[in-house]
Design a protein around this ligand. Structure first.
Ligand SMILES: [Ca+2]
Ligand SMILES: [Ca+2]
Ligand SMILES: [Ca+2]
Ligand SMILES: [Ca+2]
Length: 289
C-alpha cells in the first residue's frame, strides 16, 4: 500500500500472477477503484509472472519509484527499478534498471524485493524473498539515494525440502507487538501467514533502529509544519484539539498548521484494525508557537 496519487488516502498496488501491476485508488469511503495497470513507455508493464511491486522513492528525488520483482524462469534479471519520470502524484515510467548485488543482477526464482531500513545505520537496505522460503537482508553499503548491495544474511533460512518456512514468501514489515522494532509478516503460496517477531538483542543494530524510529517518526510541529509519518496500515489521519473537536485532515508528510493556536492537539490515525491499533491510533502533539 502507498498513497499513489498523494491525496492523503492509502491506495493499493498489486502484483499479479500474470505479471501485471495494477493501481487501486482509495475513495473517501475506503472503497477502492481501479486506476488501471502501471505502464512504462505507454505500455502496460508485465513481468515474467508473479509480479511484486514495492513503491518507494528509490533515488530520493521526491518522486515515488517502482521497485519490481518477478518470477523470472525464462527472463532474469528478476529485481529491477523503474525511476519515476513524472511527478510524485502522477508517476510516469520509462526504462527500468536491474538492481545488482555484488555487481550482478538477481536471478533467484520468484524474487520479492523490499527496500527498508533494517540494520540501524539510517540507510535503506534490500530485503529479498525468493522461492525456497529464504528471506535475505542485503545491507546497503552505498548511500541512501544510491544504494549498493553486496553480501547478505538470511533472516529466514531456505527450506528447499519441506517448504514449511513460507514458500515463496511475500513480505511486509510492521511493529506488530508495539515494542519499537519492525517485525516481519510473510504469506506464501499455500495460504499461510507467518509472523516473525524481531528478537534482535538490545545493544546490537536493533537498538539504534528503535532510537532512530522514535526520533524520526514521532509527530512534531516545527515552524508551523506538522510532519506526519503514518503506518502502512493507516487509511486516513485527522487532527483534533483538546476538546475533541476535529480541526483538520492530515496527509502523510508536511501539513501546514501555522494558523492554529498554540496548545496541545491529538492526531488520530484510522487503521485497518490490526492488533495493537484497534480502530485507530492516537498521538499527542504540541504546538508551542
Ligand atoms: Ca491515494
Ligand atoms: Ca524517485
Ligand atoms: Ca541500513
Ligand atoms: Ca516489534
Amino acid at each position: 500500500m502507498c498513497d499513489w496519487n498523494n491525496d492523503g488516502l492509502l491506495d493499493l498496488v498489486t502484483g499479479e500472477r500474470n505479471g501485471y501491476y495494477t493501481v487501486f485508488l482509495r475513495n473517501p469511503d475506503s472503497t477502492l477503484t481501479s486506476a488501471g495497470r502501471i505502464q512504462a513507455h505507454g505500455t502496460e508493464i508485465t513481468t515474467d509472472n508473479n509480479s511484486w511491486p514495492w513503491v518507494c522513492d528509490w533515488n530520493l528525488d521526491g518522486r515515488k519509484d517502482l521497485l519490481a520483482g518477478q518470477e523470472g524462469i525464462y527472463n532474469p534479471p528478476n529485481v529491477y527499478v523503474y525511476l519515476n519520470e513524472g511527478t510524485d502524484s502522477a508517476p510516469v515510467f520509462g526504462d527500468s534498471t536491474p538492481v545488482l548485488h555484488g555487481g550482478l543482477p538477481f536471478d533467484d526464482y520468484r524474487c520479492i524485493p523490499v527496500l527498508i531500513e533494517l540494520d540501524g545505520d539510517g540507510k535503506r537496505d534490500l530485503v529479498l524473498g525468493e522461492w525456497y522460503s529464504s528471506v535475505r537482508l542485503y545491507s546497503n553499503v552505498g548511500t541512501d539515494s544510491n544504494p549498493v548491495f553486496n553480501t547478505y544474511v538470511n533472516l529466514v533460512e531456505p527450506d528447499p525440502v519441506n517448504y514449511s518456512n513460507g514458500n515463496p514468501p511475500r513480505i511486509n514489515f510492521t511493529d506488530w507487538d508495539g515494542d519499537g522494532d519492525l517485525d516481519m509478516i510473510t504469506c506464501d503460496y499455500y495460504g499461510s501467514v507467518f509472523l516473525r517477531e524481531n528478537t534482535t538483542p538490545p545493544g546490537t543494530g536493533e537498538t539504534s533502529t528503535a532510537e532512530l524510529r522514535t526520533t524520526n517518526t514521532g509527530p512534531c510541529i516545527v515552524r508551523g509544519i506538522l510532519y506526519l509519518r503514518v503506518s502502512p496500515f493507516t487509511i486516513h489521519a485527522s487532527l483534533f484539539d483538546m476538546t475533541g473537536r476535529r480541526v483538520m485532515s492530515l496527509v502523510p508528510g508536511a501539513n501546514d498548521v501555522s494558523s492554529l493556536a498554540p496548545g496541545a492537539y491529538f492526531i488520530r490515525e484510522e487503521g485497518l484494525g490490526i492488533r495493537g491499533w484497534g480502530s485507530g491510533k492516537t498521538q499527542k502533539v504540541l504546538k508551542t508557537e
